[in-house]
Design a protein around this ligand. Structure first.
Ligand code: ACM
Length: 627
């Protein structure tokens, strides 16, 4: 009898399982009392319309890989995807509801996008083994829950720079395929820059014959030698228009809009190498940059370009060129917007150019910011004539915003605030929170990254887009991945996750559910899923933060962690620290001695979680100077 009772007890607790923890955090998720739903070889998947059945098929494909079950698609199934006949206003176009009982799962939405996102949440409700790429044994149970969910912002983007490093068609699809798991819906494709023009423009063949190739360099980006005279440009890569159509179709199937970016008038070395007549100096020796340094940065936004990498705003031929480019770009991309760049344009060559000076006089333009504004306004007319809307980096505010332009605020949030004040819509990508190329841990423990400032995970998670801006004007936000130091897809993933998970919460979930500790818990569950799905991610969030300061002429070292509940252990005797080393409790007086090295590591519940990082005394002192 005791055995029977124990068995009954076990059965009860094995059928009632806890809700999984989803990223992004849903608006409402309620655990119900009934037993879990079990996926079996005879489970069927239904869709009440053709559109719903299309998504049912995507779900069947996804979950048959790990389960090995041959799911059949019907009008009515155990897992049912329904498009509403009467619109549910609460969930809008992208929202959904899920009801899981022991017998059925019902996902309901007003539109296909909502069903698609409901499906993504459903996948996260399944055990992590569902991410396995081969058939695996698991208890395929779904907790009995009720979910009501819809996004906070309509524009939830990730940007990938494919100019500084080229990513193959398959890589780009992979990146898009991963981002939709977290309900991102805009892929901002930075297609042109000084280091490569990556989109075929049939009427301007040199853009890819010349502009998509640069001389080969190895090592550390930014330290490379400039292209030498006569040196063959063998490092090439671009997307044909067929490639682009294929990627657009792939994205569309996943409810992702692609935002193509053609970055002008600055950042145009690759275009100018192809057609030197486009810049003021008409310098035919200009070559696509392999990632060498050709600029000087003075701080405070001041800089100088040592080669002329800006289009000439006073030349009608430049607008004819852009008309051809945007005609073909507009035909390829179905989205509403085209991004025309506008950032970091050096005006030095414009200042010396007779044509620019004459135009400024003729148009009564007071300075070169107004000249750039003149350029953007003409570009806006071109973009508009192709049936599209212009969005540009926040520099397009300087000298006066084009009448209907939207602004992508990257130099902090000020550009976004100002544009919204002027009644323009904005997409928020402030670099100190959302630039995921920036270093996410200690430089001593990270691969080479853009590191002029760090954007740790907690910093990204702390971002609040609506701070100081009327939400009416915020379309949404993006995390941006520049690729100077991102040569591979694996590394792109490392920089993207987990920060893009934080950003997914910020852009999708209500502000009221924001909670760092709970985010960390959900992130750690995603780590396990990502391991099975072969998605790379950074574990830098576990590493110790070491902060030197000077007190009474002595070096003082403080230590902390982003995650609560970690222990930091350290040594200063050259040995490798572990949980038997000295535990950090308060700032330490760092001993004198040039060769002393601090080594730190983090543990949780007796298990190592962070990396061992070694800080030579000289490095700590160097950091004092930078503070
Ligand atoms: C930018 O980061 N230059 C937009």
């Amino acid at each position: 009898m005791r055995r029977l009772l124990a068995l009954l007890f076990l059965c009860f607790f094995s059928t009632q399982i806890k809700a999984q923890h989803i990223i992004p955090q849903p608006v409402e998720i309620q655990q119900l009392k009934s037993p879990a739903f079990r996926l079996t070889a005879s489970t069927s998947i239904g869709g009440n319309t053709e559109e719903a059945r299309t998504i049912a098929k995507v779900l069947a494909n996804k979950i048959s890989t790990a389960t090995g079950y041959p799911f059949t698609i019907r009008q009515s199934g155990n897992i049912q995807l329904n498009l509403t006949k009467t619109r549910n206003e609460k969930i809008g176009d992208e929202g959904y509801t899920i009801e899981v009982s022991s017998k059925t799962v019902v996902i309901t939405a007003n539109k296909a996008a909502g069903l698609f996102y409901g499906m993504q949440s459903f996948i996260q409700l399944l055990p992590k083994e569902i991410e396995s790429k081969t058939v695996i044994k698991a208890q395929w149970s779904v907790p009995s829950v009720q979910v009501v969910d819809y996004p906070r912002f309509a524009w939830r983007g990730l940007m990938l720079d494919v100019s500084r490093h080229f990513f193959s068609k398959e890589d780009v699809k992979h990146y898009i395929g991963d981002m939709v798991r977290y309900k991102y819906n805009v892929f901002h494709w930075h297609l042109t820059d000084d280091e490569g023009w990556r989109i075929e423009i049939k009427s301007l063949p040199k853009l890819t014959q010349v502009g998509a190739c640069r001389v080969q360099r190895y090592g550390k980006w930014g330290t490379y030698e400039a292209p030498k005279d006569g040196e063959p440009a063998t490092d090439c890569g671009f997307y044909t228009q067929d490639d682009i159509r294929e990627i657009v179709a792939y994205a569309t199937e996943r409810h992702v809009t692609i935002l193509p970016e053609i970055d002008v008038p600055g950042h145009s070395t690759a275009a100018i190498a192809s057609y030197p007549e486009l810049c003021c100096t008409k310098d035919s020796t200009i070559k696509v940059s392999p990632g060498h340094s050709f600029s000087e940065w003075y701080g405070n936004g001041q800089f100088k370009m040592l080669v002329d990498n800006a289009l000439n705003p006073s030349d009608d031929k430049v607008y004819e060129f852009l008309d051809k480019v945007f005609t073909e770009v507009a035909a390829l991309f179905p989205g509403q917007f085209i991004h025309t760049g506008g950032d970091e344009c050096y005006h030095g060559y414009w200042e010396k150019d007779a044509g620019c000076q004459a135009l400024m006089k003729k148009e009564s333009l007071k300075n070169t910011h107004e000249l750039q504004s003149y350029f953007v306004k003409r570009v806006e007319k071109i973009v508009k004539s192709k049936g599209k809307k212009l969005i540009g980096w926040d520099e397009i505010l300087e000298g006066g915003l084009a009448p209907e332009a939207s602004v992508m605020s990257w130099r902090g949030t000020e550009g976004g605030k100002e544009a919204a004040k002027q009644g323009h819509t904005v997409v928020m990508t402030p670099n100190d929170f959302t630039y995921i190329d920036l270093i996410q841990g200690d430089p001593l423990a990270e691969p080479d990254a853009t590191s002029y400032k760090s954007v740790r995970l907690k910093k990204t998670y702390s971002y609040e887009p609506a701070e100081g801006i009327d939400t009416k004007f915020i379309l949404g936000g993006e995390a941006n991945l520049w690729s100077e130091k991102t040569p591979t897809l694996r590394h792109a993933q490392y920089l993207t996750y987990p920060r893009a998970w934080a950003m997914a919460d910020i852009l999708w979930s209500p502000q009221s559910v924001k909670n760092w500790d709970y985010f960390v818990k959900r992130m750690e569950l995603q780590f396990e899923r990502a391991d099975l799905a072969d998605i790379n991610y950074a574990r830098s969030v576990y590493d110790a933060i070491v902060q030197p300061s000077m007190k009474d002429n002595k070096l003082l070292v403080d230590m902390s962690t982003e995650i609560n509940g970690l222990d930091i252990f350290y040594t200063i005797d050259e040995t490798i620290p572990d949980k038997f080393s000295t535990k950090f409790t308060q700032p330490i007086d760092f001993p004198e001695g040039k060769s002393v090295t601090l080594k730190v590591v983090t543990y949780r519940n007796g298990k190592q979680v962070g990396k061992v990082i070694a800080f030579p005394r000289e490095e700590l002192k160097k950091r004092l100077k930078k503070q």
